[in-house]
Design a protein around this ligand. Structure first.
Ligand SMILES: Cc1ncc(COP(=O)(O)O)c(C=O)c1O
Length: 469
């Protein structure tokens, strides 16, 4: 242990003494110690070095330190007692607190508008636990081995029924693949397409930036196809020279556009004509607030569309459970890629989800959380109109986030920074554009995990941050 630490006083007491300065050494030392106490760098009760030791460290006469300590004791910053040394006093430290807070503490968190994550407080712990326990109790010993790479038959059966009923997906259990979230479904699909000779994949512009990275990581070229208020501009595929396309027809990310009926038909016609595949990301379609749900594209062309979904928005992304309903001709290749990735998904979670779906608990859970998210969405839209009327909200009809377009010239990063200083976290939008340059600056506001009060306060603070830019 270094000798100065064994003394019990701060080994890193940083007091700068400038011998060339006109200000005297004693005054400099006093100011340095006073400042350190006021900023909280020297906490209440801290034992200061004996005068002789500090004088030696600083290369000054001992009397300089004695006088400085004496002056600070007289001001109430230090207490000196015979035999117990010189310590920082409570009263001095308390006086310094407001200054310290103003300087270093970013202040309390008002609202974190995190996109894409459901409210953890709504996770159905009790019923999930019940199903999980039942699975644990009833799984026979011979099943304690590697599960089927394609997914547990019980889960595929449950999902086929659920997706057919709720999303209009044509899903036979033999064509379902269970994955570690949609992320793995996308990764294995890209690899299968690549192995079949696809080099260029059309992707929505904007799209979830992480998905673009995954496509590139699988060795495919990601060809941006613009999205407008009717979803992907399907007509542009004819000039894009792509072998497959990746879309979110029910709710594009992050803009929240819905693929129009005419474009759905056009997209399916393009895929059939080109013998091409479409990857459908149906990530948050269960949350649709103002209109009747839009069915899955896959129902129009099950032999051309790979339909993907997951529990990340309905339950929690921590489960890492997702699925693909694939054309029959692809399922063996997909199964092989999944096997090569991680051999299989965990069996207990799969069986728990199967029971959760089959028992009606998933439907019950969704009936419970939908009105909650809807109210939060309404609060956010109203708060934006009140506190930030310059922002144009988009994609508000569905999902767990909304997109706000900001007036030209507003710096996304500057706004995010100013908001953070007021305790508000927002996501900048530009990462999701292929060239990182949205036509207008934007921000993504996830609202699912925030109370209505936090949303109101958060948007008020965001409005203040905007006004201060
Ligand atoms: C656009 C989009 N699709 C899908 C997902 C779900 O991904 P996963 O199932 O891998 O969690 C997300 C999650 O954030 C998303 O933003």
């Amino acid at each position: 242990m270094p000798p100065e630490q064994s003394n019990g006083f701060p080994p890193d007491l940083l007091i700068g003494i400038d011998r060339s300065a006109r200000r005297g050494l004693r005054a400099q030392l006093e100011a340095g110690l006073r400042g350190a106490i006021q900023e909280g760098r020297l906490a209440t009760g801290t034992l200061l070095p004996p005068t002789r030791v500090l004088a030696g460290d600083l290369g000054v006469a001992r009397s300089v330190v004695v006088e400085a300590y004496g002056q600070l004791a007289a001001e109430g910053y230090l207490s000196a007692r015979q035999g117990s040394g010189t310590r920082v006093r409570e009263v001095a430290h308390a006086r310094s607190r407001p200054r310290r807070a103003a300087r270093a503490d970013p202040g309390p968190v008002v609202a974190r508008f995190v996109s894409g994550v459901p409210d953890p407080a709504t996770f159905p712990r009790r019923s999930w636990g019940r199903h999980y326990r039942a699975v644990l109790d009833s799984t026979p010993d011979p099943q304690f081995s590697y599960p089927d790479p394609q997914g547990a038959r019980e889960l595929r059966r449950a999902l086929a029924g659920y997706l057919g009923r709720v999303r209009g997906v044509v899903a036979d259990p033999s064509r379902l693949l269970v994955c570690a979230g949609f992320a793995q479904a996308l990764a294995v699909t890209c690899r299968v397409l690549r192995a079949r000779g696809v080099e260029r994949l059309g992707i929505e512009d904007p799209c979830f930036g992480f998905h673009r990275e995954m496509v590139l990581n699988a060795g495919l070229e990601a060809v941006p196809i613009p999205v407008d208020d009717d979803g992907l501009r399907v007509g542009e595929l004819r000039f894009a020279d792509v072998g497959a396309v990746f879309v979110s027809p029910a709710h594009s990310y992050p803009l929240g556009a819905v693929l129009s009926p005419a474009r759905r038909v056009e997209l399916v016609a393009w895929a059939r004509e080109r013998d091409a595949f479409v990857i459908e990301d149906d990530y948050d379609a269960e949350f649709r607030y103002d209109r009747t749900p839009v069915g899955a594209l896959q129902g129009l062309a099950p032999e051309r569309v790979l339909y993907g979904g997951s529990t990340s928005k309905t339950l929690s992304p921590l489960l890492r459970l997702g699925w693909l309903a694939a054309p029959a001709e692809l399922i063996d290749e997909l199964r092989r890629e999944k096997f090569l990735d991680d051999m299989a998904s965990g069996l207990f979670e799969q069986l728990a989800l199967a029971r959760f779906v089959e028992s009606g608990d998933l439907a019950r859970h969704l009936r419970r959380v939908r009105p909650l998210y809807r109210r939060r969405r309404d609060t956010l839209v109203a708060a934006l109109a009140r506190w930030l009327p310059e922002a144009r909200p988009r994609g508000v009809a569905a999902g767990l986030h909304l997109y706000v377009e900001l007036p030209e010239g507003v710096g996304e990063a500057a706004l995010a920074h100013a908001a953070r200083e007021r305790g508000v976290h927002i996501e900048e939008a530009s990462w999701h554009w292929a060239d990182r340059r949205p036509p207008l600056p934007g921000a993504i506001l996830g609202y699912a995990s925030l109370s209505e009060g936090a949303i109101e306060r958060g948007v008020e603070a965001l409005g203040a941050a905007y006004a201060a830019l």
